[in-house]
Ligand binder design. Structure first.
Ligand code: BV8
Ligand code: ZN
Length: 251
């Protein structure tokens, strides 16, 4: 376990406004593969091929198969100590904002109240043509693609694909919180996908103390005020433990 400095814990204890940005690495310890790690989701597939409107229109069956496969994995996965620690951090600071690139909704399962999902979620579906939410079961076992009961359009997973705009409110609230935060955590993300990846840079520019928690280096690492090269499932609970200890000692 890397020594987490008491000076950082003091900064966190005195922070009024804390933002956490998470990526696929936070769910890795829940058994959900990341995107860009060697054995990651993209390893076997090309993202442009699958996670894009063009990919879906050119091969809807393959894209559906990929998402159904991932849904099954998400369905069987549970939040890990990193998710729970992030949910607990929300209760320990005055103003807290959780922004995620993940589509698995494990933060919500771990008790996080407000979660800005920049890339949508893999649980829900909607019509690609009219946008209407689709609540029907997507069996897909018989390989027939579900169709919208309203307009007959193709049903798609409610994730944000490459080339698609991020949900207006999620990105607006995320940028607003990043503008004003004292401490910004970038946890489990390779900081590769924009505009989400611009948030840690923006936080740093706005004068926040930026902590990166990631066993590997990323394009952002050199700019972090603190780099904790640990899995989030270990680092986050340790930070919570030290923060509570500090608060108790300084009541
Ligand atoms: C858009 C949902 C406007 C689908 C995903 C500049 C500005 C704006 C856009 C662009 C730009 N440059 C390029 C673009 C286009 C593109 C983009 O950024 N491309 C990249 C590849 C260069 N962006 C877009 O298209 C976005 N739309 O900007 O709209 C627009 C419109 C048209 C034209 C231009 C602009 C939409 C992006 C959303 C794509 N959807 N997912 C699905 O899930 O199938 S992205 C996908 O990548 C996931 O959401 C994922 O979360 C995200 C980011 O990846 P990470 O989460 O970081 O995961 P990764 O595997 O990469 O890294 C995991 C990390 O965890 C690693 O560093 C690893 O070391 C670490 N780790 C591992 N284990 C642990 C750990 N860390 C901690 N603990 C552990 N145990
Ligand atoms: Zn429709």
């Amino acid at each position: 376990m890397t020594e987490i400095s008491s000076s950082f814990i003091q900064i966190l204890a005195n922070a009024n406004n804390v933002v956490v940005l998470t990526g696929a690495g936070v769910s890795a310890e829940s058994g959900i593969k990341t995107f860009r790690d060697p054995d990651g989701l993209w390893a076997r597939f090309n993202p442009a091929e699958l996670a894009s409107p063009k990919g879906f229109m050119s091969n809807p069956e393959l894209v559906w198969e990929w998402y159904q496969h991932r849904r099954e994995i998400v369905h069987e996965s549970k939040p890990n100590p990193g998710h729970y620690a992030i949910a607990e951090l929300e209760t320990l600071v005055p103003y807290f904002t959780l922004i995620t690139q993940n589509v698995d909704r494990l933060h919500q399962q771990a008790g996080s109240k407000i979660v800005y999902e920049l890339h949508g979620n893999i649980i829900e579906n909607h019509c690609f043509r009219c946008g209407k939410p689709y609540i029907g079961e997507v069996a897909f076992a018989d390989k027939t693609l579900p169709k919208c009961p309203e307009c007959g359009g193709k049903i798609r997973p409610s994730v944000v694909w490459f080339g698609e705009m991020l949900p207006e409110d999620a990105i607006r609230e995320s940028e607003k919180a990043t503008n004003h935060c004292d401490v910004f955590f970038s946890v489990g993300t390779s900081t590769e996908v924009y505009p989400a990846a611009s948030l840690p840079y923006h936080a740093k520019k706005m004068g926040a103390y930026v902590v990166e928690i990631n066993p590997n280096d990323t394009s952002f690492s050199s700019q972090a005020n603190l780099k904790i090269k640990e899995p989030s499932g270990q680092a986050m609970p340790e930070i919570i433990r030290l923060l509570k200890e500090y608060k108790k000692g300084n009541q």
